[in-house]
Design a protein around this ligand. Sequence first.
Ligand SMILES: [Zn+2]
Ligand SMILES: [Zn+2]
Length: 288
Amino acid sequence: MAGDGCELAEESEFFVKFWGVRGSIACPGHEYERYGGNTSCLEIRCKDQLLAFDAGTGLRRLGAHLKVNGTPNDGLEADLFLTHTHHDHIIGLPFFVPMFDPKNRVRIWAGHLAPDSHLHDVLCRFMAAPLFPVPPKIFAANVSYHDFVSGETLEPRPGVRLRTAPLNHPNGATGYRVEFEGRSICYVTDTEHDPKKLDRNILELIDGADMMIYDCSYTDEEFSQYKGWGHSTWQEGARLCDEAGVKRLVIFHHDPSHDDDFLDGVAEQAEKLRPGSVVAREGTVLTP
Ligand SMILES: [Zn+2]
Ligand SMILES: [Zn+2]
């Protein structure tokens, strides 16, 4: 089955680990046990450098893992890149334990807000009474907030290059391409496609990449019911990968209505259409 056999040792120097693979809302329950119910969160390691993508409920577990396994004595240094600030992509932020240790340094980045608004202001509105008990100033870590404009190239760490592109999503979103030592991982969620033509911005971003993690909320068969909701299909992900010469499609941002059995079916069909495709599960580790 696609997805099995792809879990690789964490000693690899460049890898992605999935801590949350679900879209829209966290889904606890026995029918989500195998693929996982936490919302979007990825850990990408470039040697000893830690990058995280999105702060869905999966970020809480990444934080717990880092507390036990990954924090040097002089503190942790992490860059957290947000695709956008819809709830399912930020709800885990106040529950990320590294934010509460004054030794840690966390930089948070977003490309969909500038120049009209700013990430820090948006997070202050999110963590505010009467919707949330404490504001972001509760964070004890050294936290900095960085706005950029989707399309810019970022070089947050030596040897790590991030290309970015704007995505078609209500209120905007940013797609990322992480390049390290000649290999590349693309992270493209949340985005809605036009069934009549492939998205130029995405094709340019993912051109020749080793891997694309894509917003596969729906199937092509379901898509017409969800026009304007800002999401795409796994078949569109396959078409984009074919056109751009991407090696591996990773099916991600699973809709809450897609339980384990449904996703097994997607994995089977995806393996036929594009062998080597992976349906992301919590805990999956992939190297590009
Ligand atoms: Zn989402
Ligand atoms: Zn969204």
